[in-house]
Design a protein around this ligand. Sequence first.
Ligand SMILES: [Mg+2]
Length: 262
Amino acid sequence: MTHALPLLVFSDLDGTLLDHESYSFEAARPALGALKAKGAGVILATSKTAAEVAPLRTELGLSDWPAIVENGAGLLESTADTDAGAYHDIRDRIATLPPGFLGFGDMTDAEVSGITGLPLVSAARARDRAFSEPGVWTGPDAALAAFLAAADRAGLHHRRGGRFLTFSLGGTKADRMQALIDRYNPGLTLALGDAPNDTEMLEQADRGVIVANPHGAPLPRLPGEALGRITRTTLPGPEGWNAAVLALLDDISLNPKGPAHG
Ligand SMILES: [Mg+2]
């Protein structure tokens, strides 16, 4: 089989390609440049919104590639889909649930800035949602399970990643990833992530890299690690990303046909 693309990389942003605290990707520039030189594609796969990802994707020089946004609930093509129908539907369903959940749609830009540490303009982009509603649980811990069960009955999917509880109508990073693999038919896929919401993506790629995040609980050991298909970085965030990608590119150039799949 011939592949139009040698390598397609799927990468989480926060705590993976972006530093957990500074949101900088400077340390990953060498690897980003090397990927471009090899003709590899890079798909950002994130909990962020299309409005947040679009300017970042431009800064990263990745505007030629789609991005998986809102944890896989949507896809940002070269022109963003601004249909917010799904978002309003999700908000309406959440309104029928027992109290205790405070969503981004219930907060001001300043409040979202306060809980995320994002600058105000970025917080406004984070609130400009189309496919999912993140927020925080403010009720008693004991009431959370009943709340999530009610959300399930209302047809809402939930996901807990890092700081937030996020509702959508379904769709995961891994679902979107498979659709993009079908579209681009790459010779090899690599996924990088740091948190539980990256697990499916890490398991689905030919190679997975768990980027160390000293600020979050460590990911439990994944099945792919026993097979050596998934590895962990020692360096955090973009430093770890850079080292892992450069190591993989070295490995591919030594073994041009790539590792055995499967
Ligand atoms: Mg992350």
